[in-house]
Unconditional design. Structure first.
Lengths: 407, 303
């Protein structure tokens, strides 16, 4: 497959380089190189004659986990993104054109993001890509966007590697070194924990990254990591590891996983009588955590990007608009970040005055103070957003605001 | 010591689930000489059947309660027995005279078909659903050790079903017919055994077992999704082979052993990510020295 792709890209280049492009294209058709045509369409789209650049709409691509294991993340971020696009269009669009959102579902599966993002860029000819929440899946799509010179904005992938892919890749969320440090400080200062166990999902880049930065931060504050155990995302039995953790007698357990696994971990920790606070990152934030975990998740803490009861006027307006659009549903952090990612892109297109990849990229990179729902965003040299985090606690089946931590 | 005893309890609880699933694999293999790979998906369907039946039952009998749980399990087992018979009728019966490999590949196909159909939005959807609490759950604390009531139920049910199956296979007329079919299908048919009925019965029984296992598995980890059967299914298959496939006590022994191996490997700091690797390496070693499994009889194939 890879070889195929490379050779057909070379074909496209030959097509582009030849003096008579149309004639060469014709030859390509005759040679039956349909694949090269598809990719060629995408690249031509960049120069303004493809489906994305022309007409009176700007086509924006989005890929999200609308179904599958992390479905609530994808659905939330999609709903936030869609709300932003609708608000932008109601206000007259961008550069006098309406925005059109083209969404693809990657089913929370490895391998799918590459497929759907290739399709969005090559077949649909989108000018920019918004997505994903999970770092592993953003990492899959990022090289494709980079190669094609299409700016990609991840709403919520916090693993540092995502934007390291190249200069077209951005994000509107903070990164794991920051999130890990925030939780390490929280464990030391608020929970007064001296000994902490770390329980990592070895299948996920997000979990491994966050665990690493938490450990660094926590040892720096003088704490001790008493036990390190691993699980595989999707496991159902965690009692072996939890028993080992319990025998190390920690003051708290750091579990940087996603909500379906975390809910089961909380239940089994409670069954084993491991009654210390479990703490985690933004991967916890989903209603499903409480639906599956029930009473077992009560009292535990996690860091995330925003809280709907933080009280700033920007948040209040967003919460009201979201509730009105989605039948009274309360927006979570992923919804807010999805909203911010679309607004951030629109802002950059306005400042760039164009939907050309390189110009959008320069405008995105030059952002110094973008006023987002999830706080003020400055883009640094690594194309990461510098902003504050909040810590929430599960209380009475809901997530309650505990504190805000500035960068 | 406390750590060891607790891991022993955890391992036995996990192993009992594997044993229960392995019973189904082993029984169907014992009669038909082929692995029904769709078994792990019938397990998932059993959990979903209970998921949808429970709210309806709750209107008559309040849940969690023992009678309610029994009723939900019974209905789910009946539904899955029906599904098992249907799978056999549609997918395996037309291929019965074909080489065994054809049926085996078909079984994998049936398994994938069920998994991916159920992931579709219009069926169950791929997201994890919270499984209702069917049984009142408590945790017993004994000298620093914790045993959850659900785990005790699993051990008890596995033991009961093993005894029940043994009774059916060895003491009933249907069981005698099953053994006859297993021995020689054509000769059994000539002796007046209704092969179609016996094979359908075997599939129905195996699928009902899968449904019970699915519900117990979902009670242990109350988040269900269409791929929930894959992981325990593979492990139970290995357990059945380890114990000597076709042998019911062997399947139970294999399941318990696998559960214990996994738990002890998983509870070691620094090695927990190699949990499955360690468990399976030990299994390979055992099979190297006892290729027919722990309780299986080595059979000489005549050529």
């Amino acid at each position: 497959m890879k070889n195929n792709l490379l050779s057909s890209q070379a074909d496209v280049q030959r097509v582009a380089e030849s003096k008579d492009g149309i004639c060469a294209l014709d030859q390509a058709i005759k040679r039956g190189l349909l694949l090269s045509l598809v990719i060629g369409g995408g690249i031509l789209g960049l120069s303004g004659c493809g489906p994305g650049g022309g007409g009176d709409t700007i086509l924006v691509g989005e890929f999200a986990s609308l179904t599958g294991k992390e479905a609530t993340f994808g659905i939330s971020s999609h709903e936030g993104t869609l709300l932003a696009i609708e608000e932008l269009n109601a206000a007259g669009g961008v550069l006098g054109k309406k925005l059109e959102l083209k969404t693809e579902d990657d089913q929370s599966k490895a391998g799918e993001p590459a497929n759907v993002v290739n399709k969005l860029i090559s077949k649909d000819g989108v000018v920019a890509i918004l997505g994903e929440v999970a770092s592993s899946r953003s990492l899959e799509a990022a090289p494709i966007c980079q190669q094609n010179g299409i700016p990609m904005i991840s709403p919520a992938s916090t693993n540092p590697k995502v934007t390291e892919t190249g200069d077209f890749i951005f994000r509107v969320c903070f990164i794991d070194p920051f999130q890990g440090t925030v939780m390490a400080n929280f464990a030391t200062n608020t929970l007064k924990a001296k000994k902490v166990a770390v329980f990592t999902d070895v299948k996920s880049d997000y979990s491994k990254g966050l665990a690493k930065f938490f450990k660094e931060g926590f040892t720096k504050t003088g704490g001790q990591i008493v036990s390190e155990l691993d699980f595989n995302g999707g496991d159902k039995d965690f009692k072996a590891q939890l028993t080992a953790i319990k025998s190390a007698a920690p003051d708290a357990v750091f579990v940087p996983g996603y909500y379906t696994d975390v809910a089961l971990i909380c239940i089994q920790a409670k069954q084993l009588g491991l009654d210390v606070p479990l703490i985690g990152g933004d991967g916890w934030e989903s209603d499903t955590l409480v639906k599956i975990g029930g009473g077992a998740v009560e009292g535990h803490y996690f860091s995330t990007h925003y809280s709907s009861d933080a009280g700033s006027p920007k948040v209040t307006a967003f919460v009201a608009a979201y509730k009105k659009r989605y039948n009274g549903k309360l927006p979570d952090a992923m919804a807010a970040l999805g909203y911010d990612s679309a607004m951030f892109l629109a802002d950059a297109i306005k400042r760039a005055g164009s939907t050309e990849g390189a110009k959008m990229r320069d405008a995105l990179a030059a952002t110094k103070e973008f006023d987002a729902v999830t706080g003020k965003i400055a883009i640094n040299g690594q194309r990461d957003a510098v902003k504050s985090a909040v810590i929430l606690q599960v209380k009475g089946g809901a997530f309650k605001f505990v504190e805000t931590v500035a960068p | 010591m406390e750590w060891f005893s607790q891991q022993l309890i955890n391992g036995l609880a996990l192993g009992s689930i594997y044993a229960l699933i392995a019973l189904g694999y082993s029984m169907v293999y014992g009669v038909l000489r082929f692995i029904n790979f769709a078994h792990s998906d019938v397990l998932m369907l059993g959990a979903y059947a209970a998921f949808f039946i429970a709210p309806a039952i709750e209107k008559i009998i309040p849940l969690p309660s023992l009678t309610g749980a029994l009723l939900v399990t019974l209905l789910s087992a009946l539904i899955c027995a029906g599904i098992g018979i249907l799978i056999e009728f549609l997918a395996y019966r037309p291929l019965r005279s074909r080489p065994k490999l054809t049926v085996l590949i078909t079984a994998i196909g049936v398994s994938l078909f069920i998994e991916f159909t159920c992931q579709h939005k219009a069926v169950f959807g791929a997201d994890t659903k919270p499984f209702p609490q069917l049984l009142p759950a408590t945790d017993f604390h004994l000298a620093g050790l914790v045993v959850s009531s659900n785990d005790l139920v699993v051990v008890l049910v596995t033991a009961l079903l093993l005894a029940g199956l043994w009774f059916i296979v060895h003491k009933t007329k249907n069981g005698m017919a099953m053994r006859a079919v297993s021995f020689n299908q054509q000769a059994a048919a000539l002796m007046g055994v209704n092969i179609n009925r016996i094979i359908a019965f075997t599939f129905g029984l195996g699928s009902a077992l899968a449904a019970v296992a699915g519900i117990l598995y979902a009670l242990k980890a109350p988040g269900i999704e269409p791929l929930m059967g894959v992981q325990p299914g593979i492990r139970a298959f290995i357990a059945a082979v380890l114990g000597g496939i076709g042998n019911l006590p062997g399947a139970t022994l294999g399941g318990l052993l696998l559960g214990l191996l996994e738990t002890f490997a998983g509870g070691i700091s620094g090695l927990s990510s190699y949990r499955d690797g360690i468990a399976f390496a030990i299994l390979i070693l055992i099979l190297l020295f006892k290729p027919a499994g722990l309780l299986g009889k080595a059979t000489v194939e005549k050529v």
